[in-house]
Design a protein around this ligand. Structure first.
Ligand SMILES: *[C@@H]1O[C@H](CO)[C@@H](O)[C@H](O)[C@H]1NC(C)=O
Ligand SMILES: *[C@@H]1O[C@H](CO)[C@@H](O)[C@H](O)[C@H]1NC(C)=O
Ligand SMILES: *[C@@H]1O[C@H](CO)[C@@H](O)[C@H](O)[C@H]1NC(C)=O
Ligand SMILES: *[C@@H]1O[C@H](CO)[C@@H](O)[C@H](O)[C@H]1NC(C)=O
Ligand SMILES: *[C@@H]1O[C@H](CO)[C@@H](O)[C@H](O)[C@H]1NC(C)=O
Length: 229
């Protein structure tokens, strides 16, 4: 797997693409995480939790994108404290002359963070980061078309299989008004659900690339694990 990741890195430098477009819906690992109505409900700031972790990207031919991400990460100093993050964002993308892709959000993205050891164990916050994909490539593999995306710093994201050539996405426009106060409900945390989340107003956090390490071991579909290590 590491070998194929290296191959794909080389191939990005000298493109021999199976396809000259990333339009469609893509999903990593077992395909549990997919953009569209089965993941995020922006109207009430909730999520439908998938069976497994993973990432999913969708792109339309006319410049819209949507991302769905579900991940666990751990903290080396507190290995028993596993943080769960559900993240959803959509907006417009622009391919750049140098091959990178800039993803500019609409402003209605949000994420839920659950950390049983944190001062606040379960909360929802706005997520409106502009993201840079430094490179991408689509290959025809034995399992079908596969999308390789590279983060702003060149690190590879989990490879994603083609779910549908017609993008499966929520409406490509702002789907909620962001007022600062994100939502309000509270209570003790008893598992992964949005209703127990405490809303956090104002601040936004980054979808942290650095702590992606553990995702690989949690992903079902095994093969992608080495890309994270
Ligand atoms: C949020 O809205 C979705 C879609 O309308 C619905 O299925 C879900 O039950 C709602 N969730 C909550 C927590 O209200
Ligand atoms: C890990 O946990 C320690 C102790 O709670 C904390 O100080 C530190 O900020 C955490 N690191 C990360 C990356 O979350
Ligand atoms: C490619 O272009 C983007 C957008 O202009 C820029 O942010 C990025 O640094 C560039 N990457 C390289 C390797 O020059
Ligand atoms: C979200 O980010 C975009 C791009 O930086 C910006 O134009 C927009 O105003 C932001 N929206 C909110 C609600 O902060
Ligand atoms: C945002 O607020 C405006 C004014 O109240 C309303 O007309 C619009 O429908 C709202 N948009 C959404 C997506 O809820």
């Amino acid at each position: 797997m590491l070998f194929s990741a290296l191959i794909s890195l080389l191939a990005v430098a000298a493109p021999a693409l199976a396809q000259d477009s990333f339009v469609g819906t893509w999903s990593s690992g077992s395909g549990a995480v997919v953009t569209g109505s089965g993941f995020a409900n922006p109207g009430n700031l909730s999520f439908t939790y998938p069976k497994n972790t993973g990432i999913s990207y969708s792109f339309t031919s006319d410049g819209f994108y949507e991302i769905a991400r579900y991940r666990f990460s751990s903290n080396a100093s507190q290995p028993n404290c596993i943080t769960g993050v559900m993240n959803w964002v959509h907006g417009t993308y622009e391919t750049q002359p140098n091959g990178s892709v800039v993803l500019t959000p609409f402003g209605d993205g949000y994420q839920q963070i659950q950390n049983p050891c944190g001062a606040v164990s379960n909360f929802i916050e706005n997520y409106n980061d502009t993201e840079l994909l430094s490179a991408w490539a689509v290959y025809a593999e034995t399992t079908g078309q596969r999308l390789y995306l590279y983060s702003y710093d060149g690190s590879p994201l989990a490879p994603q299989n083609l779910v549908s050539t017609t993008p499966n996405m929520l409406p490509t426009q702002r789907l909620r008004n962001v007022t600062g106060q994100v939502a309000s409900s509270s209570g003790s945390s008893n598992g992964l659900n949005t209703q127990n989340a405490l809303a956090v107003s104002g601040s936004e956090r980054r979808w942290s690339v650095e702590s992606a390490g553990l995702v690989g071991t949690v992903l079902a579909g095994a093969g992608v694990a080495s890309l994270f290590l």
